[in-house]
Write a protein that binds this ligand. Structure first.
Ligand code: ATP
Ligand code: MG
Ligand code: MG
Ligand code: MG
Length: 469
């Protein structure tokens, strides 16, 4: 059985042999790209190659890309701890053609890797294509020899891929693995597709357009290929695990937390262990790139991730700050592939420890208030926005932490009420400021804050945390 590190290598070696340049992962914080908060897919570092704005000395590339899907257009933060297949931070394996090969070769290459190198049985595989993509349909028939029921046409945006509101995009074809009827769920496109049985693990995007503005799409100079395979998902498949959290890498991280807390990853504690392991990776990789917890922008997404994990550490009864103690286990698992983690070990540990020490002083009291305020609430009811705002403002509870804390009981939060309370407080602060007689500061400072602050602050709620920085 191969471990995560070998599986990554198998993928990259395969495409290297097929004439692809092995390119290092781009950063999690995209350079010179104001449209994205974080890198959410392998294609991000190659955007300008697809559009033809930039040329390099290779037309084919392969990467293992660090991705983060929290706080932007692609946001899986709320899924972590609840689904078997989502992380905030994950690695996306990809192969890319910049105007070189297109659909046919992309499908041949994918099929070769999946069936000859990963040895997945054909009768456990099925694919989707975009509703009107007869070409992809025909190619799957020809190359894989699939019967019609194994090639599913999908009309939704699931089969039209875009990294953000603008940029290169195109129809896609996804490969699913049938984990067997021990798991619930139907094939993609069916009413119960959200079940775990059919696992999407590879997306082949046929890059054909550049979304230059909302509603305005232009053809790319040359059709290209962009694929993304979740390393953790293919590892789960190859290791016979029905959850990403049962692969070698996550088992090691969870074992470290079990050892540190003395609480086994069973029953209700299982989700907490998963959240902690996931958020440890996301937090550590962000800090390694110089993102630090703050109340604005990317730093606030980091803070939300850290604090969400820290509440789960509290749930496990951790008497001392926990997260920083898990950093050595992470470095053992991922340090060889990502030396930036090793270089930043000191900073990562200190940042995690400081944030947890700071947050623990208010966490317990905030949870007390939350328990009291939500005591009478049951399934389908919601916590007053005012209370959620007080937890945010006085106790440092990000909104998603409060939502996560109530979720198990089926209680939601009145998000509109939360936003209204936030707006009210801002207005009051502004009025108090204006009343202080410092007219010069008032006229200079507020316009600047309006321009800079208002666009960077992404903490009010998911709607506003929408990938724009
Ligand atoms: P899903 O439907 O499961 O949320 P997706 O369609 O949003 O996945 P894509 O945007 O197609 O995912 O990304 C390409 C691949 O990256 C997916 O097929 C999957 O293997 C992997 N992937 C996507 N999101 C995550 C995540 N949050 N955690 C782990 N792997 C992911
Ligand atoms: Mg998704
Ligand atoms: Mg999908
Ligand atoms: Mg997909």
């Amino acid at each position: 059985m191969s471990g995560v590190n070998e599986i990554r290598k198998t993928f990259l070696d395969y495409f290297r042999k097929e004439g692809h340049a092995a390119v290092a992962s781009g950063p999690l914080v995209p350079r010179n790209d104001p449209t994205l908060m974080f890198t959410s897919a392998g294609m991000v570092q190659f955007k300008n190659l697809f559009t033809g704005v930039e040329r390099r000395d290779y037309a084919r590339a392969t990467t293992a890309q660090k991705c983060l899907r929290a706080g932007g257009k692609h946001n899986d933060l709320d899924n972590v701890g609840y689904t078997a297949r989502h992380h905030t931070f994950f690695e996306m394996l990809g192969n890319f053609s910049f105007g070189d090969y297109f659909k046919e070769r992309a499908i041949e290459l994918a099929w070769g890797l999946v069936t000859k190198h990963f040895d997945l049985p054909k009768d456990r595989l099925l694919v989707t294509v975009y509703i009107d993509d007869d070409e992809a349909y025909g190619l799957w028939k020809k190359i894989a020899g699939f019967s019609d029921d194994r090639i599913i046409r999908i009309a939704s945006s699931d089969n039209f891929w875009a990294a953000g509101d603008t940029g290169p995009c195109g129809p896609c074809s996804e490969i699913f693995f049938d984990q067997g009827d021990k798991l619930a769920g139907g094939p993609p496109g069916s009413p119960d597709e959200d079940g775990d049985r059919f696992l999407e693990f590879w997306n082949l995007v046929f890059m054909q357009y550049d979304q230059v503005a909302p509603g305005e799409r232009q053809p790319l100079p040359r059709p290209s290929i962009d694929t993304g395979m979740g390393l953790e998902r293919i590892s789960a498949i190859l290791q016979g695990a029905s959850s990403n959290y049962d692969i070698d890498l996550f088992k090691a991280l969870i074992a470290a937390a079990v050892e540190a807390t003395g609480v086994p990853a069973e029953g209700a504690a299982r989700a907490s262990h998963r959240v902690i392991a996931d958020h440890l990776r996301a937090s550590s990789f962000l800090v390694a790139e110089g993102v630090l917890p703050s109340n604005e922008g990317r730093g606030y997404v980091l803070r939300r991730i850290m604090r969400r994990a820290m509440r789960h550490a509290q749930l496990l009864g951790a008497a001392e700050p926990l997260m920083w103690r898990l950093v050595p286990a992470l470095i053992r698992e991922m340090g060889a592939a990502y030396p930036e983690l090793v270089r930043a070990e000191g900073l990562i540990s200190e940042t995690l420890q400081l944030e947890e020490v700071r947050f623990r002083t208010t966490l317990a009291r905030g949870l007390g208030l939350l328990d009291e305020a939500s005591a009478g609430l049951g399934e389908g009811q919601s916590l007053a926005g005012e209370t959620a705002f007080k937890l945010y403002d006085t106790y440092g509870f990000p909104l998603d932490l409060t939502q996560d804390a109530l979720r198990a009981r089926g209680v939601s939060v009145d998000v509109d009420g939360f936003n209204a309370a936030m707006a009210r407080q801002k207005a009051e602060a502004r009025a108090a400021w204006a009343g202080s007689g410092e007219a010069a500061t008032e006229t200079v400072w507020f316009p600047i804050r309006e321009r800079v602050g208002a666009t960077e602050f992404l903490g009010y709620g998911a709607e506003q945390a929408d990938g724009q920085v």
